[in-house]
Design a binder for this molecule. Structure first.
Ligand SMILES: C[S@@+](CC[C@H](N)C(=O)[O-])C[C@H]1O[C@@H](n2cnc3c(N)ncnc32)[C@H](O)[C@@H]1O
Length: 258
């Protein structure tokens, strides 16, 4: 039995999100992977089979982790899966032109353990298609598991296992009290829902001043998302950006009226 001391704070702050998973066996194996490493929160976004959690194959692959399966939640959208989160990492074997900063599981795990103010999600794509760009662009980081460049796509549940393992190892190595305090943000990390709202507001303002042409948006919003994803936005900062957007919209309306 492993008696190593461990900082358990991350176990309650990290959720595993599987998007549009098709194989019940992978869902069961993912439940087992997260339980063996001490985690418990599994969320499925639009799985191929709505009854996947009860399917024999899922139950068989979960083995002793049937409690994780039973407690797993099924939701309709990534936004629902991320409710209450202020940090999200997209896992992909594929690098993309417009993505948040690239990081590796070990570095991310250390960051999540060190900063107790982070309520995080790690998001995995479907077996066939991986993660769509719209989801990757919402995330703070893109996580790539280092692998053979000629064949780097792990089985979904194995990717979950690697991530959960790295987080456990990082938690075992960091035994500082998990209170946040001097490490991490000065203010509260903005929730992902607030950041989404801020981008929608900013987009509206940019359209209003004709900086963004909705008929030909090019890559302006993905580029801005990438820019902001390089910093961990705080609630106050999101409010400032929304204030700027409001001011632009109000000023524009006043000019239109005069
Ligand atoms: C079988 S893979 C999906 C492969 C898919 N055909 C694609 O091109 O993305 C299922 C999921 O496991 C995760 N995954 C697999 N290999 C990975 C790697 N090397 N780094 C990060 N995530 C990986 C990703 O979340 C991926 O969406």
């Amino acid at each position: 039995m492993n008696q190593a001391k461990i900082n358990t704070s991350l176990f309650n702050r990290l959720r595993f999100v599987l998007v549009e998973t098709s194989s019940p066996g992978n869902v069961g194996a993912a439940a087992r992977a997260i339980k063996t490493m001490g985690f418990s929160e599994l969320i499925l976004v639009n799985p191929r089979f709505p009854d996947v959690l009860q399917r024999d194959e899922a139950v068989a692959f979960a083995s002793g982790a049937q409690d994780i399966l039973a407690a797993a939640r099924i939701v309709d959208s990534v936004e629902q899966a991320l409710e209450g989160c202020n940090f999200a990492a997209a896992l992909s074997a594929r690098l993309r032109e417009f993505s948040p900063p690239l990081t590796a599981p070990r570095a991310l795990a250390a960051q999540l353990v060190a900063d107790a103010s982070l309520n995080a999600a790690v998001i995995f794509g479907s077996e066939r298609y991986g993660l769509p760009n719209e989801i990757v662009e919402k995330c703070n980081v893109l996580l790539n598991i280092p692998a053979n460049p000629e064949y780097s796509s792990l089985n979904l549940a194995q990717a979950v296992q690697v991530l959960a393992y790295e987080c456990r190892v990082a938690a075992s190595e960091d035994l500082s009290p998990a209170t946040g305090g001097e490490v991490g943000f000065q203010g509260n990390a903005a929730s992902l829902a607030d950041i989404d709202g801020m981008f929608a507001h900013l987009e509206q303002a940019l359209v209003e001043i004709e900086f963004l042409d909705p008929a030909s948006p090019k890559k302006l919003m993905p580029r801005l998302k990438r820019l902001f994803s390089r910093t961990q936005l705080e609630t106050e900062e999101v409010n400032i950006l929304r204030g700027i957007a409001s001011q632009i919209l109000n000023k524009r309306r006043r000019l239109d009226r005069s």
